[in-house]
Design a protein around this ligand. Structure first.
Ligand SMILES: Cc1ncc(COP(=O)(O)O)c(C=O)c1O
Length: 377
C-alpha cells in the first residue's frame, strides 16, 4: 500500500515544527540559521534502517538512477542493461546520461531473467539495472554472479520494493548502489523524492557532490567558500520532504505487517485455483501488490469486475501496462529493443495486479478472495 494512506497527525506535526527549526532552508549549510538538518537526519535514519554505510537523499527515484550512473562514470555510447517490465524512468535516466538502454525480458518472477541477462551482457555493458517490480526482488544471486564475472556494477532500481528483502538484506543494499523513490504512489512517501544507498565510498562521494552543484560540503568553509572538484546539478531533497520522510520511515515496518496480512489472505485462497507470481526463494516482498495470472479473457474480465465492484481496481496490470512495458516505448528505445520486449508483453498480458491497501479492511480481502475463487468453481 502506498505511504499516503498512513499519513496522520505525526507528519503534519513534523511539518509545523519545521518552521521553528530552519523552515525552507536548503538541506546543507547555513548552520547558524537552523536548529536541525532534517534531510541529513532522514539520510542517517535510512542508513541505520537499511543497513548501508551511506544514504543520499535526492529529488526523485529518476534523479537517483541518473546520479548513480554518473557516479559509476557511465558515458555517452556506453550500454546499460535494464528490464522490460519496468517504469520508463529507468530508461530516461540511461538516455539522459547519454548511454544506450539494452532490454532484457522478465521471467515468471516478473523481474529480470538471469538467463537472458547472461546472453545479452557484453564488453559494451557498463552497468546493469535490475528492477524489483511491485514489491518483489529480482533473482539477485544469479544477477550479481553474472555481473561480477564481467566486472559490471549493479544498480538496484528499488523504487517499488522498499522494505523488501533478499537473502536477509534489505533491497537497495544488495547491489553496488540502490535507488528508492518516495513519490506519492510508493510504500513510504515524501510527495516526491528519492534515496541513493551504497557501501562504496567513491560512489557516495561523487553522488553527493554531483547532486549539489559539485559542493563538497567542506566543514572548514561556509557554503559560499565551499570547495568543488566536479560540476554537478541540483538534485537536493527539501527539508519539508526530509521531515516527512523520517516519520514515514518509522511506519514502514507496521505498513509491511499490515500488507502481509492482506496479501496472505489472497494468496492462501487463490493459489488453489490460479497461477500466482513466482517469488524467488530468498526474497521477502514488501507485500504491497498481489499478482495472479489468467489467460482466459472472460475469466479475466470477471476478476477485474470483482475488484472494481469492491472499489479496488487493478495496479498497473492491466490498467497501465503501456507505462510499464518497454514493448510500448518506441519513442525512447530502438526498434530492436521494442521487438525484444514482445516476450514480456505476452507474459504481462495475462497478469492481474491487486493493490494492497491498508485503509481497506482485511475482511474485504477475504471477500474478494472468495469471489475470485468462485469464478472458477
Ligand atoms: C521502477 C521505478 N523506477 C523509477 C521510478 C521513478 O521514481 P520517481 O517517480 O521518484 O522519479 C519509479 C516510479 O514510479 C518506478 O516505479
Amino acid at each position: 500500500m502506498p505511504g499516503f494512506e498512513a499519513i496522520d497527525s505525526r507528519e503534519k506535526k513534523a511539518l509545523n515544527n519545521l518552521f521553528r527549526e530552519g523552515g525552507t532552508l536548503m538541506a546543507h549549510g547555513f548552520q547558524k540559521l537552523r536548529k536541525k538538518y532534517h534531510v541529513r537526519e532522514f539520510e542517517s535514519a535510512c542508513e541505520k534502517y537499511f543497513g548501508v554505510k551511506k544514504a543520499l537523499a535526492v529529488t526523485s527515484g529518476t534523479a537517483g538512477i541518473k546520479i548513480a550512473l554518473r557516479a559509476l562514470n557511465i558515458k555517452r555510447g556506453d550500454e546499460v542493461i535494464t528490464q522490460s517490465f519496468n517504469f520508463i524512468a529507468t530508461i530516461e535516466a540511461i538516455l539522459d546520461i547519454g548511454a544506450k538502454p539494452i532490454i532484457v525480458n522478465v521471467n515468471e518472477t516478473l523481474n529480470m531473467s538471469p538467463d537472458e541477462l547472461s546472453k545479452k551482457i557484453t564488453k559494451k555493458t557498463k552497468a546493469v539495472i535490475p528492477v524489483h517490480m511491485l514489491g518483489v526482488s529480482a533473482e539477485m544471486d544469479q544477477i550479481i554472479r553474472i555481473c561480477k564475472k564481467k566486472k559490471v556494477p549493479v544498480i538496484e532500481d528499488n523504487c517499488e520494493a522498499i522494505g523488501g528483502k533478499y537473502n536477509n538484506k534489505f533491497l537497495g543494499a544488495v547491489g553496488d548502489v540502490g535507488i528508492f523513490s518516495f513519490d506519492h504512489g510508493k510504500i513510504i512517501t515524501t510527495g516526491e523524492g528519492g534515496m541513493l544507498l551504497t557501501n562504496n565510498k567513491s560512489i557516495d562521494k561523487i553522488s553527493r557532490e554531483y547532486h549539489d552543484h559539485g559542493h563538497e560540503n567542506n566543514s572548514k568553509y561556509n557554503r559560499g567558500n565551499d570547495t568543488k572538484k566536479i560540476y554537478g546539478f541540483n538534485y537536493r531533497m527539501t527539508e519539508m520532504q526530509g521531515a516527512i520522510g523520517k516519520v514515514q520511515l518509522s511506519k514502514l515496518k507496521w505498513i509491511i505487517r499490515q500488507n502481509r496480512v492482506r496479501f496472505k489472505i489472497l494468496s492462501d485462497k487463490l493459489n488453489k485455483k490460479y497461477n500466482l507470481r513466482k517469488i524467488p526463494k530468498k526474497s521477502i516482498p514488501n507485500f504491497d501488490t498481489f499478482i495472479l495470472f489468467e489467460k482466459n479473457f472472460k475469466i479475466r474480465r470477471k476478476i477485474i469486475n470483482v475488484l472494481k465492484k469492491n472499489s479496488l481496481g487493478t495496479k498497473n496490470l492491466p490498467d497501465a501496462i503501456k507505462w510499464h512495458c518497454s514493448y510500448y516505448w518506441s519513442h525512447a528505445i530502438s526498434k530492436q529493443e521494442v521487438r525484444n520486449s514482445l516476450k514480456t508483453k505476452k507474459i504481462l498480458k495475462s497478469a492481474i495486479a491487486v493493490p494492497i491497501l491498508i485503509k481497506k479492511r482485511a475482511s474485504l480481502y477475504s471477500k474478494i478472495a472468495k469471489e475470485i475463487f468462485n469464478i472458477k468453481s
